[in-house]
Design a protein around this ligand. Structure first.
Ligand code: NAP
Ligand code: ZN
Ligand code: ZN
Length: 353
């Protein structure tokens, strides 16, 4: 299947047009015409080889929405024309305990990422992601979308930013009565605010950007804290049950650990290129606090999140872009200047009509 895409050819050069062939459909596969793809900070980390060696050419993109073009002979859950999504994974071993428990993202053999991973079957090609006009994916990793089609572009970011914040909110049983902190109002952070508010929590948003305060309240935060202001931070000491840290750069974790109640949890979802300074033991033992991490979410949980969002009329706040604007979008993302997710209109991948 001939496919048009944008690829990084090295860590230091801009993304450029690129064409390649998708694999032929196997009986369990679904072929999807990609209509929109969100731009996650992980795309930038990978395109620039910030997380260990990237295989080039690299086609990023794992917030994929589109329409089913063709289904393999054994696929029964999807039909031609269905609106579907693909997130950060396209395969896993399907045998280990985490996979059996629907936690494919924690597969003991390692998940197969939508890009920059080796396919599990010969010839073990490097996976190429959603900055492209088509993809072939095992039906097990395809999600159903029940939002109105008009909202499709704004649904794309749910496939990564949505599930990455939904999963820890569920894991730590957030609901009415919970006080939840979200650190960073970017792609993940703004979904975290919307989802935690929809679950009934009291949301406190921590930002470095004064110009995002009003938006944070509109998105559902009850309190907004400028994290560089020590007095504002201190006012929330020992106050939070859970903090989800989405920041893509290294920073002092103690400042957030100290805001947790007894037995509270700070969970890291942001994955900076270089480590955070080590947290102090005292901030942890002083109130039996916990420091954890969380990766995206399993396929069943991703479907649950999409259905939750459809029911609660939740989508992402997006800035639609054309494919050729991707390099400028990356530069703006690095300046925390996105409100709040860029989404590529894949009709533009071949250039202006
Ligand atoms: P993003 O849109 O760029 O948002 C990150 C936000 O962090 C920014 O908007 C900014 O918010 C804040 N920030 C950035 N630099 C900062 C700095 N130097 N100090 C303090 N705050 C800073 O990125 P994203 O797409 O949401 O992704 C965030 C991180 O999560 C990335 O590292 C990404 O790779 C990772 N990620 C992890 C998973 C997972 O499964 N765990 C999944 C997806 C993404 P304010 O302007 O409000 O301060
Ligand atoms: Zn992502
Ligand atoms: Zn597994």
């Amino acid at each position: 299947m001939p496919t048009h895409a944008y690829a990084a050819q090295s860590a230091t050069t801009p993304l450029v047009p690129f064409t390649f062939e998708r694999r032929a459909l196997t009986p369990g596969d679904v072929a999807i015409d990609i209509l929109h793809c969100g731009v996650c900070h992980s795309d930038l980390h990978t395109a620039r080889s910030e997380w260990g060696p990237t295989v080039y050419p690299c086609v990023p993109g794992h917030e994929i929405v589109g329409r089913v073009r063709e289904v393999g002979s054994s696929v029964t859950r999807f039909a031609i024309g269905d609106l579907v999504g693909v997130g950060c994974m396209v395969d896993s071993c399907q045998k280990c305990q985490p996979c059996a428990d629907g936690l494919e993202q924690y597969c003991d053999q390692g998940l197969t990422g939508t890009y920059n991973s080796k396919e599990r079957t010969p010839p073990h090609a490097n996976t190429l992601g959603g900055y492209s006009d088509a993809i072939v994916v095992s039906h097990k990793f395809v999600l159903k979308i029940s939002h109105d089609e008009k909202q499709l572009a704004a649904v794309a970011p749910l496939l990564c930013a949505g599930i990455t914040t939904y999963s820890p909110l569920k894991e730590w049983k957030v609901g009415p009565g919970s006080k939840v902190g979200i650190v960073g109002l970017g792609g993940l952070g703004h979904m975290g605010v919307k989802l935690a508010a929809a679950m009934g929590a009291h949301v406190v948003l921590f930002t470095t950007s004064q110009n995002k305060v009003e938006d944070a309240r509109r998105l559902g935060a009850k309190d907004v804290v400028i994290s560089t202001d020590a007095a504002q931070m201190k006012a929330h000491r020992n106050g939070l049950d859970l903090i989800i840290d989405t920041v893509a750069a290294p920073h002092d974790l103690d400042a957030y650990l100290r805001l947790l109640k007894l037995d509270g949890t700070l969970t890291l979802v942001g994955a900076p290129a270089t480590p955070h300074p080590s947290p102090s033991v005292w901030a942890l033992i002083g109130k039996r606090r916990r420091l954890s991490g969380s990766a995206i979410g399993g396929i069943a949980e991703t479907q649950e999140m999409l259905d939750f969002c459809a029911k609660h009329e939740i989508v992402s706040d997006i800035e639609p872009i054309e494919m050729a604007q991707i390099n400028t979008a990356y530069e703006r993302m690095l300046k925390s200047d996105v409100k709040y997710r860029f989404v590529i209109d894949m009709a533009t991948v071949r250039g202006p009509a």
